[in-house]
Design a protein around this ligand. Structure first.
Ligand code: DBV
Length: 247
């Protein structure tokens, strides 16, 4: 069992329980990818598996789960709402490297207005403050990424794996359940808002695809051609989907 498999299992089971999910097609060659890393005399397999589904209000619910042994475990779990809802993105970036753990958990806003924060951050602040006591701020991260985060961004670098398996896991569950509550009460956005929502999704996805911190890591294991396809046609696929007009 990997560190983050319980997170993924919980997320899928909870989303299936509360939402009416449909499969989201995963392009050929992305569902399961095996590579190797490390010294020739002691190769380490790196297995990346993908999960995806969708619902009436959620365009893509997707996970990339990287299992590279004890020194490399990653779960990148992101939910992209349909373009006719003003819901935030649910973003979890859970990374274990030899140097320790990196945890990013947030509901990333599509608008940086106080009205939007009242609607989608305010209800989360009590939960955020509860966990921030045990999950101290993880320090610097790219300046250009900061525009995409909410005031409830749980960003932390725990040193003990027990903290990940308990406190971080509980925070992940609480954030996901709160997000499902937002989804259930969400109403379609007014037509006047649709162009702004689409632009915001494209800006966020363009940034994530271009600056994906995993690009170097994935390219090392699977080559840059496969990696670029994986990033642009699955992980952050809106531009590609719009080009095919199959959103
Ligand atoms: N990050 C991804 C995907 C991953 C992934 C699809 C498949 O978006 C993994 C895997 N993230 C990953 C790895 C690292 C990070 C780092 C492997 C470590 C890179 C390294 O240190 O070698 C949040 N993830 C990070 C960082 C941040 C995030 C802030 C540290 C700084 C950095 O390296 O960029 N979530 C991530 C992010 C945004 C977000 C950048 C921006 C909107 O929402």
């Amino acid at each position: 069992m990997t560190i983050y498999q319980p997170f993924l299992d919980y997320a899928i089971a909870t989303l299936e329980t509360h939402l009416d999910l449909s499969p989201y097609p995963i392009p050929e060659g992305f569902t399961h990818k095996v590579g190797t890393t490390g010294p020739k005399n002691k190769p380490q397999e790196v297995i990346t598996t993908s999960y995806a589904s969708c619902s009436s209000k959620l365009r893509q619910i997707r996970a990339a789960h990287v299992d590279g042994g004890n020194g490399l475990q990653v779960l990148n779990f992101v939910i992209f709402p349909q373009l006719n809802y003003d819901l935030p993105f649910f973003g979890a970036d859970l990374v274990t490297l030899p140097g320790g753990h990196l945890i990013a958990l947030d509901m990333q806003p599509i608008f940086q207005t106080s009205a939007y924060q009242t609607k989608y951050t305010q209800p989360l602040l009590e939960t955020f403050n509860f966990y921030q006591k045990d999950l101290p701020w993880g320090g610097d991260f790219p300046e250009e990424a900061q525009q995409f985060f909410s005031p409830a961004f749980l960003w932390t670098r725990p040193s003990q794996i027990e903290v990940v398996e308990t406190t971080v896991f509980q925070a992940f569950k609480d954030y996901l359940n709160r997000y499902i509550e937002f989804v259930n009460i969400a109403e379609p956005a007014p037509a006047s808002e649709l162009p702004k929502i689409k632009d915001s999704h494209l800006a966020y996805l363009h940034y994530r695809a271009e600056k994906d911190p995993a690009r170097g890591m994935l390219s090392r294991f699977y080559g840059s051609e496969w990696t670029e396809e994986y990033i642009h046609k699955f992980l952050f696929d809106l531009e590609h989907k719009l080009a095919l007009e199959t959103v």
